[in-house]
Ligand binder design. Structure first.
Ligand SMILES: Cc1ncc(COP(=O)(O)O)c(C=O)c1O
Length: 488
């Protein structure tokens, strides 16, 4: 009976089922069309006369940005919005070193490895993976004024986010310190030299001496010599002064000591050498992807740069934390007179980038975990070839160390290899490597012996792979050499 009754109701149920199915399909189609319609910028009002769901003027720019980003250039290059336009009016692929062709698919055989510059492109894949979060869209009338909020040249919100990032990472004590932005920390080097030197009107004070311990980052010397103010001069390495009593030092004059920690080029953790000097601590590499963070740095003057933090070297953005009011004021005045503050467009982009980093700390998409993995693997691979097999060249030794950010002992992941040529005849290590088709940066530029040279490990995967190939060639050649001969 029940079966019969059920059987009689079946056509009715089937009909109801179909009606339900079709109405659900129609509803979905309507919702999809609406969604599409909104995305294309022609959707209806949100009911409040606003346009919260609609995109209009940003659409064209977003489409262009996505269309160039979508070109893959065989994984060995990229297209930029402002790239040189080809015959079709569209920008070309810009290829990584050692790759060429319209789509960068051609590998140059026996290509020379270029390990010269500290271009931090190892982080490019991170931002490709986080394309949505890292994208910044702004209007043609965004911050056209010279001034930002409260008539300053600095974004207050960016200041807040930078402080928050340092607190969350635990690499610097930021409370009780002024924050001054610069066009890269490069600009802040001379800004700080100016701020710490005697006043221009004070003819009684001898010039301050700008010094650093070798091997030192060359920009300190270059900039001091280039800007050539009478208030300061390049004083050479700290070694020249360390033994002289500062009070009896020839003709007086204060020292401005640049202390890079971890150091570029050799990754050593550094302290000021000249007691009582005015020290500027350059912490460009004091982030967990490059170095362990045993405790927050708390010096009076600390320099940081976005270049090595997020990899955005081209945006040119750095900052200084300064405890002393007068020094901070003079540094700010320098930046003001020099460039009227760091680019507002850059500040906005940096704000977005820092927010992404902050939101992902300790998560799956933590930029420091990503960066550390890449750099640790490069260091391991390089060591596996050099330290195990080569008697001709050696690398700096870096022990694993506990890091408060990762809450574990972390393996080394330096930005640079500080290479020493061990053979007597390889006095000029840079030249010796050049013969092996490796471009490095001469030790002499760091105030060190020419027996040393720096290889950058920060660039693209392609750059690193080519570098490793050339190093392997060089090490292999050792096996076939008669003792005492040099073929690189
Ligand atoms: C120690 C050190 N300080 C400062 C800088 C400059 O960084 P920026 O790109 O912000 O000018 C670098 C760049 O390589 C560096 O290695």
């Amino acid at each position: 009976m029940e079966e019969a009754a059920g059987g009689q109701q079946a056509p009715g149920r089937r009909l109801a089922g179909r009606v339900l199915l079709y109405s659900s399909l129609i509803l979905n189609a309507v919702l999809l069309a609406r969604h599409h319609f909104f995305l294309l910028g022609a959707g209806g009002d949100d009911g409040n006369g606003g346009s919260s769901c609609r995109l209009s003027w940003a659409l064209q720019a977003a489409r262009e940005a996505e269309s160039v980003a979508a070109v893959d250039c065989s994984g060995h290059g990229r297209v930029f919005l402002d790239g040189v336009a080809g015959e079709d009016g569209r920008p070309w692929c810009e290829c990584n070193t050692c790759f060429s062709g319209p789509d960068c698919s051609l590998r140059t055989p026996n290509c020379t490895a270029d390990a010269d510059s500290g271009d931090p492109l190892f982080l490019e894949p991170y931002w490709r993976r986080h394309a949505a979060a890292g994208a910044v869209v702004f209007s043609g009338w965004h911050r056209m004024s010279y001034f930002t909020t409260d008539a300053f040249f600095q974004s207050v919100e960016l200041e807040n986010q930078i402080r928050q990032l340092h607190r969350a990472v635990g690499n610097a004590v930021v409370d009780g310190k002024h924050l001054v932005f610069g066009t890269g920390s490069f600009q802040l080097i001379n800004a700080l030299v100016y701020a710490l030197s005697p006043d221009a009107g004070d003819a009684t004070s001898p010039p301050a001496r700008v010094v650093a311990t070798a091997p030192y980052y060359p920009a300190y010397k270059l900039q001091t010599a280039m800007f050539d103010g009478w208030e300061y001069e390049w004083g050479g390495t700290t070694l020249d002064w360390a033994n002289a009593s500062r009070n009896s030092s020839v003709d007086g004059g204060d020292f401005i000591e640049f202390v890079t920690s971890p150091n570029n080029p050799d990754t050593q953790i550094r302290k000021a050498v000249l007691g009582g000097s005015m020290a500027v601590f350059d912490h460009a590499y004091y982030w967990p992807h490059f170095a362990p963070i045993p405790s927050p740095a708390d010096e009076d003057i600390m320099l940081f740069t976005m270049t090595k933090l997020s990899g955005h070297a081209g945006s040119r953005f750095g900052w200084a934390f300064i405890r002393d009011d007068k020094v901070a004021k003079r540094t700010y005045e320098y930046v003001q007179s020099n460039i009227m503050g760091a680019s507002r467009d850059t500040q906005l982009r940096m704000l977005g980038i820092i927010k992404v980093m902050l939101a992902n700390l300790h998560g799956e998409d933590d930029i420091f975990a990503f960066g550390h993995d890449v750099m640790r693997s490069r260091w391991r691979r390089l060591n596996a070839v050099v330290s195990r097999w080569s008697r001709r060249i050696s690398l700096q030794k870096i022990p694993p160390q506990y890091c408060t950010y990762f809450k574990r002992i972390r393996e080394p992941s330096p930005a640079y290899a500080w290479v020493k040529c061990e053979r007597e005849e390889d006095e000029d290590c840079h030249e010796a490597l050049l013969k092996g088709n490796i471009i490095s940066r001469e030790g002499g530029r760091y105030g060190a012996s020419s027996r040393y040279t720096r290889m950058s490990l920060l660039k693209t995967d392609d750059d690193f792979d080519v570098l490793l190939e050339r190093i392997a060639d060089l090490v292999n050649a050792e096996k076939y050499e008669a003792p005492g001969s040099s073929s690189i």
